[in-house]
Design a protein around this ligand. Sequence first.
Ligand code: A2P
Length: 275
Amino acid sequence: MTVLSPVLPLRSGALIPQIGLGTWPMDDDEAASAVNTAVGLGYRHFDTAENYGNEKGVGEGLRRSGLDRSEAFITTKFNKEWHSFDGARQAAEAALQRLGTDYVDLLLIHWPNPGLNRFVDAFRGMRAAQEDGLVRAIGVSNFKPAHLQQLADAGLVPEVNQIQLDPYRPRRDVRESHARLDIVTEAWSPLGKGTDLLKDSRITALADKYGRTPAQIVLRWDVQSGLVTIPKSANPQRMAENLDVFGFELDAEEMAALDGMETDDRISDSDVFGH
Ligand code: A2P
């Protein structure tokens, strides 16, 4: 049975499927194969980036699948070399070339690189590319509240901020900024990269209770929390599992328990790291 994800509205009017397929660190061949398989399983949202080096593969996979372009939601992101007004447009055009499509659904500044201090210009360039129809929706990735505030002070509000987020790293401070500014939160590495999240007894107990896998419990928490989430898998069975989280519901107490799992597990500091 094909499962389709529900969608969330973005400010520009675009509809983003709540569950998408992450593609890092797939190469072009792996991405083409994974995307093609994922379409057959019901995925409609595909997340790539200039830095992943697999935009060509993602585009190839979509063509191979035969999915109508209008049914797909493609996100890509650009690197710091393009942090300028003209650069953002050039980055968009180059991405379209690699993907082999004439628009992307969502374009993101991949990392803020606040040391360069040029993300405001880049965002203005993305807005121009959006007005010209190269891009449907525009947003950012790995931005902290201070970076979002710097954009807001310039009258610019991203539609989405894609951040590392999982029950151990719920990123409450960033999500509070999102709620205030009407930004959709998108979770990368939702399954707890570098941790034993999927073995945590609080998760496995719920998996046993619902006859689901630990990954499905975590992704169900994402969906019920109103997040967009992009688990990566190259394995067809896990891809199917990761999309199939709409046939059960966590109750309020269980959601609260998952909300309370924060640890001091580290994430990359986007004031320091970025490409
Ligand atoms: P694989 O590609 O072999 O399935 P994230 O997107 O949170 O960074 O997680 C990606 C990692 O989690 C990958 O190593 C992926 O491996 C693995 N993974 C993806 N889906 C599942 C799942 N349902 N259960 C267990 N591991 C998973």
